[in-house]
Design a protein around this ligand. Structure first.
Ligand code: NA7
Length: 541
């Protein structure tokens, strides 16, 4: 018997509609069920997994350690599941998500193949109608957008795209069948995390691989390895403690004790180099936390960037390729650093070459391949790894209409604005998990998701208990939070880069630094404080 029975309103199909069946949607469903709400998850895909359902390109892997990038809400679950590698591959993560869906009996409330097109507020009855492609409409009290931060791929728009006579693939929409690249001449466009993972993986099969490279990204060694029984036993013995600590950290996972925590400029050159060597050898994205000021001081950042440049130069044999890979236009860490296994080494293979687009951009796709301003490349296969319309893309793809007929697309025409990344004034009872203005993509997403889901579940339970039917962000509180998010990012080096965090990767997208940079632990304090003070900044009626 659930402690809080559902509203039992006969005009509602469900108390809550959750859009998205990835990590966020699944946990939201589980949590709401525990509280006695009726909830339904809608997802366009034919399976659960969200981002991990779609991004099944060769080499797809998470850049947060597997045992951290997983749910912490169930001690039994985390004790039962065993990760095989330090950084999990997409198939293993997808198996995990499918396991969670089965283990907690979630599938019966998940409606797949259901693309949400329109979400409209009915202010007379304080409810939402959710319209699906195909005409079905569901009515609910609350909508939770668990639509993910990297779920709308940036599709190619090159001149002549359709004329190409070979095979072409978009990384974020990789087919479910095997793609045989053996012996083929393959072109990859894009050198973000996706392009880098693809390159290192398919270089082994492709006859020839040409990587079309426009802006160098810093890539750090994963130092990936299989996880042995001893390690896993030790880690699981302290799992609960590790998770408690993770919730207080900036990144959503503990960083290794070798990180110095001081200023990079306070120590001598030799000591600094030793720290960088140690963190480099330990592996992973935490390199950017080697010193406390790497992301606020250009001078400090230059020391780390210089170290990485020297590493790349020591690996890559061809000087022109090394030049192209190291002519960075942004401080280290102000774009999400890639985490690789042998990326720079790949350029020493005889079948791999880098096509530097900086002074020789792509002009068009031709029937035979790719033409740049100075050269033509014949290809059998083109892979587009162009990134995502991140953080706002999935929300704005839907036609969301709030109070007074106001469209979210219009409200956000100058950039997103949300209270705590969770809810927007004028859109009562509609919530976003890891929305813009929350730590989300700057942290371990699974922990950020759990944080938002748990806070939101508490709020909905409170509303149920108090007879509240309408929850809405206060416009002033929302503006103040959004300004705070901008202000604290402006105090760092982050806004200097043309990153997907700022929307700069999508032509025409307003340039706003979207995630909250203060860290997961600090954000938790804010959330707790808002709740303890009776949900300040929200109007409950
Ligand atoms: P990213 O990091 O946005 O990378 C996209 C790449 O595609 C980047 O190298 C872009 O170059 C390149 N790109 C995009 N459009 C073009 C055109 N028109 N011509 C040439 N090159 C282009 O996306 P990812 O999917 O790799 O990674 C996203 C996140 O997923 C990652 O940070 C991890 O968190 C997981 P540009 O930099 O714009 O010159």
């Amino acid at each position: 018997m659930s402690p809080h029975p559902t509203s039992a309103d006969p005009d509602l199909d469900h108390d809550v509609i959750i859009v998205g069946a990835g990590f966020a949607g699944l946990y939201m469903l589980h949590k709401l069920r525990e509280l006695g709400f009726s909830a339904r998850v809608l997802d366009a895909a034919s399976g659960v997994g969200g981002t991990w359902f779609w991004n099944r390109y060769p080499g797809a892997r998470c850049d947060v350690q597997s045992f951290d990038y997983s749910y912490s809400f169930s001690e039994d679950l985390q004790q039962e599941w065993t990760w095989s590698e330090r950084y999990a591959t997409q198939p293993e993560i997808l198996r995990y998500i499918e396991h969670v869906a089965e283990r907690f009996d979630l599938n019966r409330d998940i409606q797949l193949g259901s693309m949400v097109e329109a979400v409209t507020f009915d202010e007379v009855h304080t409810r939402w109608s959710v319209g699906l492609e195909g005409g079905e409409t569901l009515v609910c009290r609350y909508v939770v957008m668990a639509t993910g931060c990297l779920s709308v791929p940036k599709r190619p728009s090159f001149v002549g795209l359709d004329s190409f006579e070979g095979e072409s693939y978009v990384s974020g929409e990789w087919p479910h069948h095997d793609v045989d690249l053996t012996g083929k001449r393959v072109g990859v466009i894009g050198t973000g995390s996706t392009g880098i993972q693809l390159t290192t993986t398919i270089a082994k099969d492709a006859g020839e691989l040409l990587l079309f490279h426009r802006t160098p990204n810093f890539s750090l060694p994963a130092q990936n390895r299989p996880l042995d029984e001893h390690f896993t036993r030790e880690m699981k013995a302290g799992y609960d403690q590790r998770r408690k600590e993770a919730r207080t950290t900036t990144r959503g996972y503990p960083v290794p004790p070798i990180l110095s925590g001081s200023s990079a400029l306070e120590v001598g050159a030799e000591q600094r180099r030793e720290v960088y060597e140690a963190v480099w050898s330990n592996g992973g994205p935490v390199f950017t936390s080697s010193f406390a000021d790497l992301l606020v001081s250009q001078e400090a950042n230059d020391t780390a960037a210089g170290f990485v440049q020297s590493k790349i130069r020591a690996i890559v044999d061809d000087p022109a390729t090394a030049d192209a890979l190291t002519s960075f236009d942004h401080p280290l860490g102000t774009r999400r650093p890639c985490v690789d296994t042998g990326y720079y080494e790949t350029f020493n293979r005889p079948n791999v070459s880098l096509v530097d687009l900086r002074d020789d951009p792509i002009i068009e796709i031709t029937p035979a391949g790719i033409r740049t301003s100075e050269r033509s490349f014949d290809l059998d296969v083109i892979v587009f790894a162009l990134g995502f319309d991140a953080m706002t893309g999935a929300l704005l793809r839907m036609d969301i209409t709030g109070e007074g007929g106001v469209k979210l697309r219009d409200r956000w025409s100058d950039g997103p604005s949300a209270y705590l990344g969770l809810t927007m004034a004028g859109f009562p009872n509609l919530f976003t998990i890891t929305g813009p203005g929350s730590p989300s993509v700057l942290t371990n997403m699974v922990m950020a998701i759990e944080q938002h889901v748990e806070w939101l579940a508490d709020l909905l339970e409170h509303a149920q208990r108090e007879g509240v039917h309408r929850i809405e962000a206060d416009d002033t509180a929302e503006k103040a939070w959004t300004q705070h998010v901008v202000d604290i990012s402006d105090a760092t080096l982050f806004p200097r880069a043309n990153s997907w965090w700022t929307g700069a990767n999508i032509p025409g997208k307003p340039r706003v630094f979207m995630p909250y940079i203060g860290g997961l632990g600090t954000f938790q304090q804010v959330l707790t404080d808002v709740k303890d003070r009776g949900y300040t900044g929200l109007a409950l009626s």
